[in-house]
Design a protein around this ligand. Structure first.
Ligand code: DGJ
Length: 566
């Protein structure tokens, strides 16, 4: 295999695959079936001993968990990796991979994870100031990114961590990637109001930013263009020299641009120190902005959402400043969204900007979230999606168990599809999916329609993906849906099912399949569509047992078309 020869001895890396990149581990493309631990779980090997088997039972292959700056450098310059070593060994023993989350200077817009010697030394590590009514400045629980030793001290600690990983784990690749910081940005104000920040704010906007915006205007994300050229339909503005307000105007959006530029540079400095020593993939994650429904204020803006910069962390890599992060934090391989409240699919699309790989480090762990993972892998070539808080649910109660079991068995096929742009679609139908929009794709000479599967009573939920295998062949994976085909040839007078076969996986490593039942008759509503049934189809009182329940959840479909001779 070409990958093995080229990357077999390399640390985990991202390898270009047409319009995306895949994670390659020990020389093979690897699909992370990931899950994130609660915040403090990975700090205690003894606690983790109660977790490893539980997550294995959920078919998770990669766990995300934190490394806290306060824990590895309790005294300046003295590092302690003993507990981390134990958890790496625990993961290794259970054949699990880890993605480590560096809770350094920033975690959820705050600096609560910095060591005491950083927390208390405001001379070297000044705090950001929040501008309150009447010109009052409040001290925030977050380091200022301006004029601070923070970036240097953080970079030094992060460099030590990466050096340690290289030495302790380089030969094993237990640790696949590292997240640098966590949900960066300023909460409580749209920009830092400390003296050093104010000084930067009245300086001329750095030339590298202006040149970037001008030179790469056509490639900027539409959400950034909207900020820079509001109401002007993406028309390119022209910039003259000036300070931030002179160039971009006054208001929270300009504050956000300013913060994004300086946060990106800070995080880049930290990432650079690690990358230089042990170049495994590095990324940072995003607290997304969300101004949508919050009926009756059922949830406070605590760990997600907020409509304006400062309600959500200002300067964090939300889509309207994503380009700035991609440009000014080049030591990050990609930027990730944490998707809880926002629309899942459009967020996946946004975070594929500039063909960066999609990785979702945090998302819902319930059935609603688990179903959507298929969208990430099937339509957006995700290298991983990771439900949050996995150690506080049991495998038997978690929907992740079932979804990951199926994804694990077909992972070679999913990875292969991801290397062929637009050859697959992932989808889900919620419960009850009566009003679900059908999904339509054109592949080869056929238009394919995917919709919730037929039953006599209530349609059930569904999830899965369809992979186009060339010619008139399609691989159907999942449950609760059905597929119709229509020839796109203007001369076609009939499209039908040539062959529909239930499959199982013989070899997960290669994706080799073997045929089980030959499906026809009721299983296709007599040739109308290929049904991937629900696990528990509803007969709705109908007296004939027409629909079978889901079994292997993998099937191959071949269709054909007839054309009139005249
Ligand atoms: C988002 C953060 O990134 C996570 O670390 C975690 O705290 C969750 N929110 C839940 O609060």
């Amino acid at each position: 295999m070409a990958y093995l020869a080229t990357h077999g001895n390399n640390p985990p890396c991202l390898v270009k695959a047409r319009t995306t990149k895949q994670l390659v581990v020990h020389g093979r493309p690897f699909l992370m079936l990931a899950a994130e631990l609660q915040n403090s779980s990975l700090t205690c090997a003894e606690y983790m001993d109660t977790v490893w088997q539980k997550v294995k039972d959920m078919n998770v292959n990669t766990l995300l968990g934190c490394v806290m700056w306060e824990m590895i450098e309790p005294v300046e310059g003295q590092f302690d990796f003993s507990e981390l070593n134990k958890v790496i060994l625990g993961a290794r023993e259970h054949s699990l991979h880890l993605v480590l989350l560096w809770f350094g200077s920033f975690k959820n817009g705050l600096s609560t994870y910095v060591p005491p010697w950083v927390k208390t030394d405001t001379k070297r590590f000044p705090r950001a100031k929040l501008r309150k009514a009447g010109g009052v400045l409040a001290t925030a629980d977050v380091l200022s990114v301006f004029n601070s030793d923070g970036a240097y001290a953080d970079a030094r600690a992060f460099g030590k961590l990466m050096a340690h990983l290289k030495e302790f784990d380089g030969a094993y690749a237990t640790v696949l990637m590292v997240q640098v910081e966590n949900e960066v940005g300023l909460l409580g104000d749209s920009r830092d109001g400390c003296a050093a920040a104010n000084l930067s704010f009245i300086q001329a906007v750095p030339k590298d930013l202006i040149h970037f915006l001008e030179d790469e205007w056509d490639t900027l994300h539409p959400d950034l263009k909207d900020v820079l050229s509001p109401g002007r339909n993406g028309e390119k503005p022209s910039y003259s020299e000036g300070n931030w307000e002179e160039v971009f105007g006054r208001g929270p959006r300009t504050d956000e641009l300013f913060m994004a530029y300086y946060y990106a540079k800070y995080v880049n400095k930290v990432a650079e120190a690690g990358k230089a020593i042990y170049p495994i993939p590095l990324y940072t994650n995003t607290w997304l902005n969300y101004a949508g429904d919050n009926p009756d204020n059922t949830f406070p803006v605590v760990a997600g959402g907020g409509g304006m910069p400062g309600d959500y962390p200002s300067g964090g890599p939300v889509s309207n400043v994503l380009d700035i992060w991609q440009k000014f934090a080049p030591n990050l391989d990609f930027i990730s969204p944490d998707i809880y409240l926002n629309d899942y699919e459009s967020t996946c699309a946004k975070y594929r900007h500039r063909n960066q790989p999609l990785f979702i480090p945090e998302q819902r762990r319930d059935e609603y979230g688990a179903r959507r993972i298929w969208i990430a892998y099937g339509s957006y070539a995700a290298i991983g999606a990771s439900p949050f808080g996995i150690d506080t649910v049991d495998a038997k109660d978690s929907p992740i168990t079932k979804h990951y079991a199926l994804l694990n068995s077909v992972s070679a096929l999913v990875l292969e599809a991801q290397r062929n742009p637009s050859s697959s679609v992932g989808f889900c139908f919620d419960d009850p999916p009566q009003r679900a929009q059908p999904i339509v794709r054109r592949w080869g000479d056929y238009e394919i329609t995917i919709e919730p599967s037929f039953v006599f009573g209530q349609r059930g939920p569904g999830a899965g993906m369809v992979i186009y295998r060339g010619g008139a062949r399609f691989l159907l994976i999942g449950w609760g849906f059905q597929v119709r085909a229509r020839s796109t040839s203007p001369r076609a007078t009939f499209t039908g099912i040539l062959r529909f076969e239930e499959k199982t996986v013989v070899d997960c490593g290669t994706g080799e399949l073997k045929t089980q039942r030959r499906l026809n008759g009721d299983e296709t509503r007599s040739g109308k569509f290929a049904i991937m049934p629900s696990e528990d189809p509803d007969y709705g009182g109908f007296p004939i047992a027409v629909t079978i329940p889901a079994r292997t959840m993998i099937a191959e479909l071949e269709v054909y078309a007839l054309e009139d001779d005249e």
